[in-house]
Design a protein around this ligand. Structure first.
Ligand code: FMN
Length: 180
């Protein structure tokens, strides 16, 4: 199975990208290929500006994925602008009938509001957003002495497992449709 994780923070070394790696670690099995697209490392132009090679690659990888996981930081109780711009480049071609899982990271309290808004976008793209999502906050992980994120709480690890299991189960049911 091909899985794509889109990490929607505009900052390198973000907590959203850290969680993407943790999610990838739990999905990685010989039968699964997992790719992370950390949007802040990709040359994805503002919608309406000239297209780039990396945008084409982004669309190609998203089209090929059997399921997509989308992560965002909580910015003013919503999802990030860089993520919205990236999603605006995509369409039914990438999302119609495709299983999607959502997660977010907040600086304060864990918050579902950014994901509630992302769910509306997923509905607009005809994606199948699974009910189990992941809402983390800065108290769920710590930075190490080098300033890098590490040591995710066991509660979050378990939650990732639950989310990933649901996503893969649904992707197993829908996969054949995407390869017709
Ligand atoms: C523009 C902006 C708005 C933010 N708004 C909120 C907010 O409304 N609630 C909150 O809990 N944290 C807020 N934060 C904090 C981020 O959600 C938090 O630092 C998050 O973990 C950053 O994720 P990242 O490391 O993946 O970029 C905001 C941060 C920024 C830069």
């Amino acid at each position: 199975m091909n899985l794509l994780i889109i990490s929607g923070s505009p900052f390198p070394g973000s907590s959203t990208a850290f969680l993407a790696e943790e999610i990838k670690a739990q999905i990685e099995q010989p039968e699964n290929h997992v790719e992370i697209i950390d949007l802040c490392q990709w040359d994805i132009p503002l919608l309406g500006q000239p297209e780039t090679e990396e945008l084409e690659e982004f669309k190609r990888v998203a089209t090929k994925a059997d399921a997509i996981i989308i992560g965002t930081p909580n910015f003013h109780t919503s999802f990030s602008g860089i993520l919205k711009n990236a999603l605006d480049h995509l369409s039914f071609d990438q999302f119609e009938g495709k299983p999607v899982a959502l997660y977010c990271t907040s600086g304060g309290m864990r918050n579902t509001d950014p994901l509630a808004q992302l769910r509306i976008v997923m509905r607009g793209l005809h994606a199948l957003a699974i009910p189990t999502h992941l809402c983390a906050s800065s108290s769920d992980y710590k930075k190490d002495e080098n300033g890098k994120y590490g040591s995710l709480s066991n509660e979050m690890k378990k939650r990732i497992g639950k989310m990933v299991d649901s996503l893969i189960a649904l992707a197993g049911m829908t996969k054949s449709k995407h390869h017709i």
